[in-house]
Design a protein around this ligand. Structure first.
Ligand SMILES: [Zn+2]
Ligand SMILES: [Zn+2]
Length: 258
């Protein structure tokens, strides 16, 4: 059995917990820790978890809304922390949590009952990885930061039962925003963040296996949950209310894959 929840999602911080249970064993992976240590511990508590309940941390890339307290958390609670070599170099190689492990595109990592498969995405970080997490039966794709759809990424998430998918901005709202042109170009570019329209296009490539869809990493300034639901529902063929939208503060409560 596999389930997942978010401790918050948006440009102010991201953290997702994926949990696999097999018989009497349970494994929990924290994906990103984009909050202060105190805040993260508070948010874990909301999901009825403590840091001791985690088995490992995976950092997808070095942006502050993802790395957050990951290194301090891993050091304090003696957790293995996975990241790409590029992410580690971008942090400054002096940053060396005691149980640092390197992850690479396409190399499956076994974390207890979880199979974690990282894969490269188009995003403006040193070596960003996004993840597919499975328990050998069902799979969850976690795609919070990416600028465009690639064949490689589509191959990795094919057949997932659940997907956490970035819906960063509404293209018209971003165009009309007061952001400087350079920032608009960065966000909307191939290595920036997914718009609602491109997220909807991505759904068109994902097979019919998908049962649970969560929209994540919404911009406070340039998006609205209603616009996200409208865009994704028409692409997925569901009702707008079937789409869970992750909140920057509340995240989303536990959901089952499948
Ligand atoms: Zn990022
Ligand atoms: Zn981000």
């Amino acid at each position: 059995m596999i389930r997942f929840c978010s401790l918050g999602s948006g440009s102010s911080g991201n953290a997702t917990v994926v949990e696999a249970t097999s018989g009497i064993t349970t494994t929990r992976l924290l994906i990103d820790a984009g909050f202060s240590l105190r805040e993260l511990e508070t948010r874990l508590g909301r999901a009825a978890l403590a840091p001791e309940d985690l088995d490992a941390v995976f950092v997808t890339h070095e942006h502050s809304d993802h790395i957050g307290c990951a290194v301090a958390l891993a050091a304090r609670h003696d957790l293995p922390v996975w990241m790409s070599r590029g992410t580690w170099r971008a942090l400054g190689e002096a940053v060396a949590p005691p149980r640092l492990r390197f992850a690479r595109d396409g190399e499956t990592i076994a974390v207890g009952d979880l199979e974690v498969r990282p894969f490269t995405v188009a995003h403006d970080a040193a070596e960003p990885l996004q993840l597919r997490c499975g328990d050998g039966d069902r799979g969850v794709g976690v795609l919070t930061d990416l600028g465009s759809i690639t064949e490689h990424m589509l191959e990795q998430i094919a057949g997932c039962e659940a997907l956490v998918l970035e819906c960063n901005h509404d293209e018209a709202m971003l165009a009309a925003s007061r952001y400087p042109p350079s920032l608009k170009a960065r966000i909307g570019g191939r290595y920036g963040h997914l718009s609602n329209a491109i997220a909807a296009e991505l759904l068109g490539h994902v097979s019919g296996s998908l049962c649970q869809l969560v929209a994540a990493h919404l911009s406070r300034e340039n998006n609205r949950p209603a616009l996200v639901r409208e865009a994704l529902a028409s692409a997925w063929g569901s009702g707008p209310e079937d789409i869970v939208v992750a909140d920057p503060v509340a995240g989303f409560a536990w959901l089952h894959a499948g």
